[in-house]
Design a binder for this molecule. Structure first.
Ligand code: ADP
Length: 157
């Protein structure tokens, strides 16, 4: 099966990476779809986020990386995926994720969303928290893949 894992990944964290690895083990193929929303100003360019994901997932068979800027269900149908993969960290994620999943099913009833619970030791990780810690010089080595740690050091030093 082929899963679509959409997100901003600004930047990729070890929580995202854990989800990609487990998605590959469960489904065989994971298409990581990086949101390129011109209305948002990301810390990392699309090219940088692509590069981070490529390098960090080099050990995973079955991962591909694409960009998208429209509806997730349109991206899902263009890439002929069987399901959308999303992660759940806490109840706060659940309400938002449920709303997105219902919206997507109302637009494309054949596209299911599968949620994986985050690994407990990664449940506090978010891209914005990692950027905040890095901005003030904190250690982020246990939060992100090495390539992302290097990019964050370059960004804030
Ligand atoms: P978005 O802007 O779409 O929320 P993110 O890059 O923040 O994009 O997240 C993409 C997906 O990864 C979401 O389903 C989110 O819940 C999940 N995710 C984010 N951080 C973690 C984590 N630490 N562990 C597991 N899943 C996560």
């Amino acid at each position: 099966m082929r899963a679509l894992y959409p997100g901003s990944f600004d930047p990729l964290t070890l929580g995202h990476l854990d989800l990609i690895e487990r998605g590959c083990a469960l489904f065989g193929e994971v298409v990581v779809a990086v949101l390129s929303n011109p209305a948002k100003t990301p810390a990392f360019t699309l090219q940088q986020r692509f590069n981070q994901i490529h390098l960090a997932t080099a050990h995973c068979k079955g991962v591909s990386v694409i960009s998208f800027d429209g509806l997730t269900v349109t991206c899902a149908s263009h890439n002929q995926v069987d399901l959308i993969l999303r992660g759940l960290r806490a109840m706060s994620d659940f309400e938002y994720e449920l709303q997105i999943a219902h919206t997507n099913r109302s637009l494309a009833s054949d596209v299911e969303t599968i949620f994986l619970a985050t690994a407990a030791h990664h449940s506090f990780l978010s891209s914005s928290m990692v950027k905040e810690v890095a901005r003030f010089g904190g250690n982020i080595d246990h939060m992100v893949p090495e390539v992302v740690a290097q990019d964050l050091h370059r960004l804030f030093n």
